[in-house]
Design a protein around this ligand. Structure first.
Ligand SMILES: Nc1ncnc2c1ncn2[C@@H]1O[C@H](C[S@+](CC[C@H]([NH3+])C(=O)[O-])CC(=O)[O-])[C@@H](O)[C@H]1O
Length: 335
């Protein structure tokens, strides 16, 4: 099978060519990337690659726009109704679409999450991204990578081990006429090289990942090692209300998710970040996730948040824990 990622990675290595210490990533990451995209390591890859090929058969002469409400690509010569149906079907070959929304050739990909709402909560509180090199750990479909470019970042690198997310990213990328400096590495944070001289990024985002990690402190240290001195970390994660206690380690599932580990309260999370050596640690937003923000749609047909909450009392999960509450923390690595 033809490797659909090859050109994408080559473009990334080219973009990192003059960027110390990131210019060593091309050689250091090659074996991990080859393993990550090997068909024998992922039973779904052939099916998804087929969907991506179908998507790529549609014209990519679109104008790309990133604005407040959407990430969209549309061309002057619009698709016929029949072509639109065929493209919709091809895009649905990459179900479930969780993070978005996107508008491609007037097709509205109404994803499970309103990731734009998260961006609206984060963006007003962070250092300007103008001309910055940005890393987004656990980037999902890459929705926020586009928003980061739209906010002036000169390079946005997303890292997420989900190959389905990468296929979705490459689908959106296809419809953009001009090469944009957004890239996707199908890896985990832990697989990224650590350079003793310090990291190569001005801003590092980790949104929706910390609670999935069994070792949250290691995750914070790993994020720190990717930042240059003085750089900014933006950490968004599930927390518990102060009056529920210091921290929750769910007995088993949390809101039906199997892979949820540590949910601290904001004070505790602040302490973790300070203990890992971050300065200017502050919580800039605290928001209960609503069933309007995370819901079942035509593009994510499975159960969503409403089914994971106590049907009588939406302030609790179905397991009786406090319902999802998300904190956005912002802090700096010392110079
Ligand atoms: N170790 C890891 N390294 C990198 N990625 C990881 C790791 N572990 C899990 N992931 C990835 O982190 C993403 C978390 S989703 C947040 C998306 C976006 N950021 C959002 O804020 O909307 C939220 C959720 O699924 O609960 C998934 O795509 C995982 O594959």
């Amino acid at each position: 099978m033809q490797n659909p990622f090859k050109i994408h990675f080559e473009n990334l290595w080219q973009a990192l060519h003059d960027n110390e210490p990131l210019n060593s990533w091309s050689s250091l990451l090659q074996p991990a990337l080859e393993a990550a995209v090997a068909a024998e390591n992922n039973g779904n890859l052939v099916r998804w690659s087929h969907a991506l090929e179908q998507i790529k058969a549609f014209p990519n002469n679109a104008n790309f726009a990133i604005d407040q409400a959407s990430v969209s690509a549309s061309s002057a010569s619009s698709l016929s109704e029949q072509e639109k149906l065929a493209l919709t079907e091809a895009l649905k070959g990459l179900h479930p679409w969780r993070k978005g929304p996107f508008d491609l050739h007037d097709i509205h990909i109404d994803t499970e999450w309103r990731s734009d709402w998260k961006w609206d909560r984060v963006y007003p509180h962070i250092a300007s991204l103008e001309n910055r090199t940005v890393l987004d750990i656990g980037c999902g479909s890459g929705y926020h990578l586009w928003r980061m470019l739209g906010s002036g970042a000169k390079l946005a690198v997303g890292v997420d081990p989900s190959l389905l997310s990468m296929m979705q990213f490459l689908s959106v990328e296809h419809f953009i006429k001009q090469q944009q400096p957004a890239y996707f590495l199908p890896l985990t944070l832990e697989q990224l090289p650590i350079d003793k001289r310090g990291g190569g990024f001005d801003s590092v985002f980790s949104m929706g990942v910390l609670y999935h990690r069994r070792s949250p402190i290691d995750h914070i240290y790993d994020l720190k090692s990717q930042l240059r001195g003085g750089g900014e970390l933006i950490l968004e994660t599930l927390v518990i209300p102060e009056d529920y206690g210091q921290m929750l380690l769910p007995e088993d599932r949390y809101a039906q998710m199997r892979n949820v580990w540590f949910l601290p309260n904001v004070k505790e999370l602040q302490h973790w970040l300070q203990r890992c050596g971050f300065i200017n640690v502050r919580c800039v937003d605290l928001n209960p996730t609503s069933i309007d923000e995370q819901r079942t749609t035509e593009w994510m047909e499975w159960n969503s948040l409403e089914s994971f909450l106590d049907p009588q009392d939406h302030s609790k999960t179905i397991e009786g824990y406090p319902a999802p509450l998300r904190a956005v923390m912002v802090c700096n690595k010392p110079q």
